[in-house]
Write a protein that binds this ligand. Structure first.
Ligand code: CTP
Ligand code: MG
Length: 210
């Protein structure tokens, strides 16, 4: 049994570290770039957390093994993929059409019509692609479903989203994401991801808190 005091201290340290990182990033790049980075990544964040929230039953790899281990594992399902992409894409449409164009809040655009559909699709589908690539790497290293792989677990989906954006919406990606914002996303995503996963774990939607 783990000492509860050590567990508590570890949790406390992680929270302080997470808040600390976000605060330092906020001060360094300024509130505008900080909020813009979160705004532009929201469709990806929503995709990733809704896949975990809804989960699913049908493994994308259909139970296939590659060598001794599963190709992807039971944690990557068709249902999670479809629900994740739909929620992230749908939320992006809401951000773009309702919040930006209708309510006119001053946030960066996902691009002109109909291009924003491409950038939003890259953000949501790329998220799920990156998440699958992360699991693929974990299985090749012999790690079982849910085994922690710090940083890969928290950033695989960001890599997937940026890869698709770079390939299919490169001009827009380079125009809206400054280097500062890219670094900011890499730094603030792990604490944000851990926080949402911890909430998911507490409400019984996630098997492990990372
Ligand atoms: N999920 C899903 N389908 C996907 C992606 C995620 O059903 N395409 C759900 C699964 O219930 C999964 C949960 O979201 O358990 C959390 O995803 P993640 O933490 O990435 O999966 P793990 O179960 O930790 O598996 P892995 O070790 O492969 O990352
Ligand atoms: Mg993962």
């Amino acid at each position: 049994m783990k000492n509860p005091n050590v567990k508590f201290l570890k949790k406390g340290l992680l929270i302080v570290l997470g808040f600390g990182i976000c605060l330092v990033v906020l001060v360094c790049i300024g509130i505008w770039d900080f909020l813009s980075a979160i705004w532009l990544m929201l469709p990806a964040y929503i995709t990733n957390s809704s896949a975990a929230f809804f989960g699913g039953k049908t493994p994308i790899d259909r139970g296939i093994f590659w060598g001794k281990n599963r190709l992807l594992g039971d944690g990557k399902t068709y249902e999670g993929l479809l629900k994740g992409v739909s929620c992230g894409f749908g939320f992006g449409i809401f951000q773009h059409l309702f919040l930006c164009e209708y309510v006119k809040i001053q946030m960066p655009s996902f691009g002109p019509f109909p291009f924003f559909l491409v950038s939003l699709f890259c953000l949501s589908a790329g998220t799920m692609l990156g998440d699958m690539l992360g699991s693929f790497i974990k299985r090749r290293l012999g790690l079982k479903r849910g085994a922690p792989f710090p940083l890969l677990d928290q950033l695989d989906f960001v890599g997937g989203a940026w890869l698709l954006l770079f390939l299919f919406a490169g001009d827009w990606f380079i125009e809206v994401f400054s280097l500062d914002m890219i670094i900011a996303v890499i730094l603030i995503t792990p604490p944000l991801h851990l926080l949402t996963n911890y909430i998911g774990f507490k409400i019984g939607k996630k098997r492990v808190p990372w």
